[in-house]
Design a protein around this ligand. Structure first.
Ligand code: GDP
Ligand code: IMO
Ligand code: MG
Length: 439
């Protein structure tokens, strides 16, 4: 029997999804991205060589894998062409194995302009977006005015629609945001040029996926961002604009809920967040001035916690079981993949947040809004550290007992098994305890 596995981030992104997707694609015929866009930054390290992917599925480094971009993804042709160029340079032939759904909303230059104008206007309350036009592109989709990849198949109609949309957004840009207008002719000329690369890749991705299922082939669905950035369930408004939870794999690709056999929840052994918004277990440290919490500094430095897309410093803190347990439910996680355990190697002791104190009340479920999170004071349990290197551990039993206890504690608090353990960035620094594709 073939299996369909979804991989999603359970925190605020950057849990190590790309590494795990690349690792277990040895067992699949195709990898499908189903939401988000080039706001994602997925890092793959193979024998020390690093590749960062934003839009192209993390199966691309395996020659036998077909890479599919489902209609839930917002597609920037500029970002796609840049990434294809980078892969060309690295000698990876992506073009013949990449297929794009006609239903993907296009991210156009006015989306980027709007994203940046809005963030500037928000000032201190800025979301800290990637500035890639993700939110405005999803808005155009929901408003039913957006251009889609399939529109490129009729360039005359594309050009007519584009004229209206540019006019509409130029009004907001100039009249509301006091920003410069975009020139329609320039936007059109650039899109027509870029379309030449994209058009040959347009495929009925939904049908393609169902063909693979009919052929009894394994498929991997690759999530972007993390559950706490989900537009509906995340720390609104400090979220991204798509459904980052496992349900997004269904709506963003064209399979049904019962087609999914296993959901792998990627959990970083601590927590990070990039951009604005509440973060109850944060250990505040500012790398620019080298000031703040000493453990926050260790996590950020040892874990190289800098954004793979924007280069921004990622905020770091302890593992938070309140948000994590909610996240595991939202995604119907089957098994956990715990990553970056090695980053904790030097710590004397390690904390896990097991509840919040909210205005004098003890709670173990997350508040419903960003203000609630901002007011929540975490309560912790503390466990001894192991102060030994775990990098590249090749068996569970050879881990120091304190590390085994930390892992067992997470299993106990979540009620789920840890099926994969990652103890280093490299593809082979991983312990697969229970392969999601196992029959
Ligand atoms: P993604 O967005 O979820 O794919 O994660 P990112 O690639 O943005 O960030 C994860 C970072 O951690 C990358 O730099 C990875 O190379 C690195 N990484 C992944 N797993 C491990 C691990 O187990 N240990 C260490 N030290 N680094 C890891
Ligand atoms: P991967 O797939 C971490 C964050 C941004 C910002 C918020 C909204 O690598 O885990 P957007 O540009 O999406 O409108 O920004 O979401 N964000 C991410 N944070 N990892 C990501 O992707 C992210 N993609 C978006 O920093 O706070
Ligand atoms: Mg990332």
């Amino acid at each position: 029997m073939s299996k369909n596995v979804v991989i999603i981030g359970t925190q605020w992104g950057d849990e190590g999804k790309g590494k795990i997707v690349d690792l277990i694609t040895d067992k699949v015929s195709s990898v499908v991205r189903f939401q988000g866009g080039h706001n994602a930054g997925h890092t793959l390290v193979i024998d020390g060589q690093k590749t960062v992917l934003h839009l192209i599925p993390s199966g691309i480094l395996r020659d036998h894998v077909e890479c599919l971009i489902g209609h839930g993804v917002v597609l920037s042709m500029s970002a796609l062409i840049k990434e294809l160029g980078e892969l060309d340079e690295a000698g990876v032939d992506a073009r013949s194995r990449l297929k794009i759904a006609p239903g993907c909303p296009l991210i156009m230059p006015y989306h980027v302009a709007l994203d940046n104008a809005r963030e500037a206007k928000r000032g201190k309350a800025a979301i800290g977006t990637t500035g890639n036009g993700i939110g405005p592109a999803y808005e155009d989709k929901v408003a039913r005015r957006g251009l889609r990849v399939g529109d490129l198949l009729d360039l005359k109609a594309f050009s007519d629609k584009l004229k209206d949309v540019v006019e509409y957004h130029n009004f907001a840009l100039t009249q509301y945001y006091n920003a410069p207008a975009l020139d329609f002719d320039t936007v059109l000329a650039q899109a027509l040029e870029q379309a030449k690369t994209v058009i040959p890749m347009i495929t009925d991705v939904t049908e393609q996926i169902h063909q693979h299922i009919a052929n009894n082939e394994n498929i991997l669905f690759e999530g972007a961002q993390g559950a706490l950035l989900d537009i509906d369930q995340g720390t609104y408004p400090f979220v991204t604009s798509s459904n980052t939870t496992s349900g997004g794999a269904v709506t963003g690709s064209g399979v049904g809920v019962t087609d999914i056999d296993y959901v792998c929840g990627i959990v970083k052994a601590y927590t990070t967040r990039v951009g604005g918004g509440p973060f109850p277990t944060e250990l505040v440290y500012d790398v620019a001035i080298d000031k703040g919490d000493a453990i926050g500094k260790v996590l950020g430095t040892v874990g190289h916690e800098f954004g793979a897309t924007t280069g921004r410093q990622r905020r770091c803190g302890w593992l938070d079981m309140v948000t994590l347990n909610r996240s595991l439910k939202l995604n119907a996680v089957t098994g956990i993949c715990l990553t970056k355990l090695d980053v904790l190697d030097s710590l004397e002791s390690i904390k896990i947040c097991i509840g919040y104190d909210l205005n004098g009340q003890k709670i173990t479920t997350p508040p419903y809004d960003a203000q609630g999170y901002a007011d929540a004071k975490p309560t912790y349990i503390e466990m001894p550290g192991w102060k030994t290197s775990t990098i590249g551990t090749d068996s569970f039993d050879s881990l120091p007992i304190e590390a085994q206890n930390y892992i067992r504690k997470i299993e106990e608090l979540s009620g789920l098994p840890i099926d994969i353990l990652s103890t280093g960035p490299d593809r082979n620094e991983t312990l697969i305890l229970n392969n999601p594709f196992k029959e």
